[in-house]
Design a protein around this ligand. Structure first.
Ligand SMILES: Nc1ncnc2c1ncn2[C@@H]1O[C@H](COP(=O)(O)OP(=O)(O)O)[C@@H](O)[C@H]1O
Ligand SMILES: [Mg+2]
Length: 463
């Protein structure tokens, strides 16, 4: 990480000496300013990790100046460095919460030490702020981005169901935000102070899944040296999030059904029935109804968990969310990496809108994180995007400019069809849509006028 330091000193000589000290510090970039107006302007435009100032600001007075700095960047440490040290100015400075106060002539090593300490504090403050925000975001619906009607609708449902104990089933492709919604439900419920325990059925081998879920008594199997509580039990008083629920074996499905129905279980090797007070949220990226039909998922379990279904659509079906989500992640990552605010170029916005986002929001998040790392200015351009996105968009662009839309998927019905009849229908429709203008009709079907005339003759449609 590169630290940005602002040196505000009216003396050219002093600015040079300081810049030389910082020359030896590889991870520091220095910006200098000679008067308080420029300094305060800089603070509006860029993000800094440390400000060093001589406090000689005849234009506005040192206390006002320090307050103005703190008003703009409350978490950034300020080191006051002055040849005119006086008890009065030191007290003023300390009262305004400056980080350190050094009087010239100063030793380079002492200055460096003060700078290192200040930068350490600054990066901790940034990290802390980020962690705090991340934690708070669990609680706050406003950090779940979505303007599309589908998501607005899902969020309304989430708001309604949060404060109940209903079982919720969240369905959506991988990366559509299932876990985020599950957490939002928990943190907005009256169980928010209780634990949120999650288990991803796909991430745990079948033989371990059962003991993870239900726990075991000492001696239940050879390696069971002491009694262990399962995750259902650990979630008592809170919420249990069962992710990728389609990946459970039939035997485990049966045991889970019992917990959902009666909130009771026995540990492996145990005889005591344990009551658990839990709210259950399930998630899946599979179509459970299909799995029920082909006998891979218990029908009774499916009905039990789908009391309150929430469906998260893939990102490609909610294009209006792409740019707001990108901006949200941009802000998040630039803050985390201590960079100044970054925006997206128009071209990048266009490419992001065209991409298919097979990995949904997770993929978009990764693309933006990568772009923020690569971006050395304050605007993301196409060079910061993975080539796959740029290339893929180029080919889609070509396709969209061509009438023969290869992306149309036509499913032949099981009983078959007559290609001639279909072709005749398409030719007739093209004529209707173009109000009998043959050139336009040919264009609609991606044919030359000659080929189109041949089709007209073939189907006896020319007049
Ligand atoms: N609507 C949203 N607003 C903001 N961030 C989101 C949204 N949906 C998903 N994310 C983020 O995208 C990433 C993937 O979401 P996640 O809940 O893990 O998806 P899933 O569980 O469906 O695979 C997470 O980092 C999550 O915070
Ligand atoms: Mg997930």
């Amino acid at each position: 990480m590169t630290y940005r330091v602002l040196i505000a000193d009216d003396e050219e000589r002093m600015r040079r000496v300081l810049a030389m000290v910082f020359d030896e510090m590889k991870d520091v970039k220095v910006v200098t300013s000679s008067n308080c107006v420029t300094t305060l302007n800089y603070l509006d435009k860029e993000r800094f990790h440390l400000i060093i100032t001589d406090l000689k600001v005849p234009e506005m007075g040192r206390v006002e100046f320090l307050r103005a700095i703190k008003g703009k960047l409350p978490d950034v440490p300020v080191i006051v460095l002055t040849a005119y040290g006086s008890v009065g100015s030191a007290i003023d400075a300390m009262k305004e919460g400056v980080f350190d106060y050094l009087t010239a002539p100063f030793e380079n090593d002492i200055l460096k030490l003060a700078v290192k300490r200040a930068l350490k504090m600054s990066s901790l403050a940034i990290e802390n702020k980020f962690l705090r925000q991340e934690l708070e975001s669990h609680y706050d619906f406003k950090n779940i981005i979505g303007n599309s009607p589908q998501v607005v609708d899902s969020l309304r449902l989430v708001g309604e169901v949060s404060n109940t104990d209903s079982t919720v089933l969240i369905t959506g492709e991988s990366g559509t935000g299932k876990e985020l919604i599950a957490r939002a439900i928990h943190y907005n419920s009256n169980r928010a102070c209780g634990p949120l325990i999650a288990l991803n059925c796909a991430a745990i081998p079948e033989n371990l899944l059962e003991s993870e879920l239900f726990g075991y008594e000492k001696g239940a199997f050879t390696s069971a040296e002491k009694t262990k509580k399962g995750r259902f039990e650990l979630a008592s008083g809170g919420t249990f999030f069962l992710d990728e629920i389609s990946e459970m074996s039939a035997a485990i499905q049966a045991k889970v059904l019992r917990v959902i129905e009666s909130r009771e279980l026995e540990r492996l090797g145990g005889t005591e029935t344990i009551k658990v007070d839990i709210r259950i949220i399930c998630a899946t990226n599979k179509n459970l109804e299909e799995l029920v039909k082909c006998g891979k998922f218990r029908e009774d379990l499916y009905y039990r968990i789908s009391v309150f279904p929430i469906i998260l659509p893939p990102l490609r079906d909610r294009k209006e969310d792409i740019i707001p989500l990108s901006k949200h992640f941009l802000k998040q990552f630039s803050m985390k990496m201590g960079k100044s605010p970054i925006s997206l170029s128009k071209e990048v916005e266009k490419l992001l809108l065209m991409h298919r986002w097979e990995g949904n929001i997770r993929e978009l998040q990764n693309v933006i994180e990568r772009a923020v790392i690569l971006c050395k200015s304050n605007i993301i351009t196409t060079e910061h995007l993975p080539t796959s996105i740029v290339k893929c968009a180029l080919s889609t662009d070509k396709l969209q400019n061509q009438p023969q839309n290869n992306s149309i998927v036509f499913d032949i019905p099981p009983h078959g069809l007559s290609l001639d009849a279909l072709e005749r229908q398409l030719v007739t429709q093209a004529l209707e849509k173009s109000k009998n203008n043959k050139t336009k009709a040919a264009k609609l079907l991606g044919l030359t006028r000659g080929t189109f005339r041949y089709r007209l003759l073939k189907y006896g449609l020319s007049n």
